[in-house]
Design a protein around this ligand. Structure first.
Ligand code: GDP
Length: 454
């Protein structure tokens, strides 16, 4: 495999910047652009050692800094690795990188270092995916989940289910000599128990991921309600800081305003909409259209109503428009005499709460509790097994469907072959999850999402 290099620190001015080189020639290349002050040869440096010295090119000295050497297979990628740390100037880093490329390294693609770690058996695909989650984690629990996956929690569970299915397959093979035979009753019972157990474990993985997503990836949430009910006040309350973080997407206040906020552990990708209502104003019509699209895409709707006024036609239209969605009705302005009670709405929404958005200290805990309840995050243990990506969820879903089909085939008294085909499909899906049998396209798709230098 070729030797590749990239700037691994952000492309911005900083105290220190680091260029990573990985591949057979990594240390040779470092030896040609770095001179240790000790006078020692870079080629003699042992793995896990560092040297202070100067980086140089044909024109002379570029900067002083530190070279760290790792020797294969004991490195992140499993290859020879040289890490060149210099002062964190963009121009400076690019100059050192240019020299490294001149000396024969190729530019590393996004995620290439981690991809090499995967290809060299340093980690499996589910662990590799958690590396990006670790980098993008925006809270303690998202971090815990990513770390658990990196340590192999998902891989172990997927492997365990996979092994059980392979054993079931092997037991079935005993009957394969009689392809037209039904599975004997005794075998049938134990096989059914095994498959049911696998189904349960897969369901648990998927369920925890779906609930955990509210914490790790965030929930697309739309705040809607007619004008003046308190949407902006609620948005500001959730943002925790008046106006400052609220960013208009386009130049009109009638348009959609978006912000990501954290309420307790839950991450909400919030959109405050212009209010879905009939209008003849052209600009406002565009805003209303966008609001409708947002609401259609949302995974959660916060429907704000003015509790000091009875439900009117516009409120009802909005309730009808968002029917079928996961909704929390927020009866706002509870400090004013009430004209609306939760009983009026209970049947229509998942949760109904009464707050005064003006009084954030009392309103926030009420909101947080309702969110945790509706999104099901209460009681989730983020140190446990949590799938790290939509891709992993798809693999589990495919495995689950195959196991379910196998159970149905068993129940219907189908032949050994029919059951085996479905179990094999489930095994295949789980091997794709960990990357033991993932095609090149799958692997490439995983690493394309990475940043350059990781
Ligand atoms: P939006 O048009 O839905 O975004 O509503 P705003 O957030 O701009 O609020 C409309 C008006 O209602 C403003 O004058 C707010 O100060 C007021 N308001 C918002 N929340 C409350 C509340 O909890 N109690 C009372 N009394 N007024 C509120």
């Amino acid at each position: 495999m070729s030797t590749v290099a990239a700037i691994s620190t952000p492309l911005a001015a900083g105290g220190i910047g680091m260029i990573r080189i990985s591949g057979e020639n990594a240390i040779n290349i470092a030896a040609q652009c770095f001179r240790p002050v000790s006078g020692k040869a870079v080629s003699d440096m042992r793995g896990y050692t560092a040297a202070y010295g100067t980086f140089y090119d044909e024109a002379g000295e570029i900067d002083d800094g530190v070279l760290l050497v790792y020797r294969a297979p004991k490195s992140y990628t499993g290859e020879n690795v040289a890490e060149l740390s210099c002062h964190g100037g963009i121009f400076l880093l690019q100059k050192v990188l240019r020299r490294v490329l001149q000396l024969g390294a190729e530019t590393a693609a996004p995620g290439e270092f981690t991809k090499r770690a995967f290809l060299n058996g340093k980690m499996d695909l589910s662990q590799a995916e958690s590396v990006m989650n670790l980098i993008s984690a925006q809270g303690e629990q998202a971090l815990s989940a990513a770390r658990a996956t990196l340590r192999g929690a998902v891989s172990r569970e997927a492997d365990a289910v996979c092994r059980t299915l392979i054993e079931a397959d092997a037991a079935l093979a005993a009957w394969a000599d009689y392809p037209d035979e039904d599975i004997p009753a005794v075998e049938n019972k134990s096989l059914e128990a095994t498959l049911s157990d696998c189904r349960q474990r897969l369901q648990t993985l998927i369920g925890a991921y779906d609930r955990g997503k509210a914490v790790t990836a965030g929930v697309n949430t739309v705040i809607c309600g007619k004008p003046n009910v308190g949407k902006s006040t609620l948005m500001n309350l959730l943002s925790g800081c008046e106006r400052s973080i609220v960013t208009p997407v386009a130049g009109t206040t009638r348009d959609v305003v978006e912000e990501t906020v954290r309420v307790g552990n839950i991450l909400l990708h919030l959109s405050d909409t212009a209010g879905i209502r009939q209008t003849n104003d052209t600009v406002e019509k565009i805003g209303v259209q966008r609001a409708k699209e947002k609401a259609d895409d949302a995974a959660l709707i916060l429907l704000v109503l003015d509790a000091s006024r009875p439900l009117d036609e516009e409120d009802r239209a909005m309730l009808a428009d968002t029917a079928g969605k996961r909704r929390i009705a927020i009866l706002n302005k509870s400090d004013l005499p009430a004209a609306l009670s939760p009983d009026d709405l209970k049947a229509e929404v998942d949760r109904c709460l009464v707050i005064s958005a003006r009084h954030s200290e009392e309103a926030l805990p009420v909101l947080q509790e309702a969110l945790e309840e509706v999104l099901g995050t209460a009681g989730l243990d983020f140190n446990q097994t949590l799938l790290a990506s939509e891709r992993q969820r798809d693999c589990c879903e495919n495995a689950l469907q195959s196991v379910t089909r196998a159970l149905k085939a068993l129940d219907a008294g189908m032949t050994v072959d029919a059951v085996t085909v479905d179990i094999d499909c489930a095994v295949e899906a789980l091997l794709t999850l960990t990357g033991q049998r993932a095609g090149e396209a799958v692997v490439n798709a995983v690493f394309e999402k990475f940043c350059v230098g990781k």
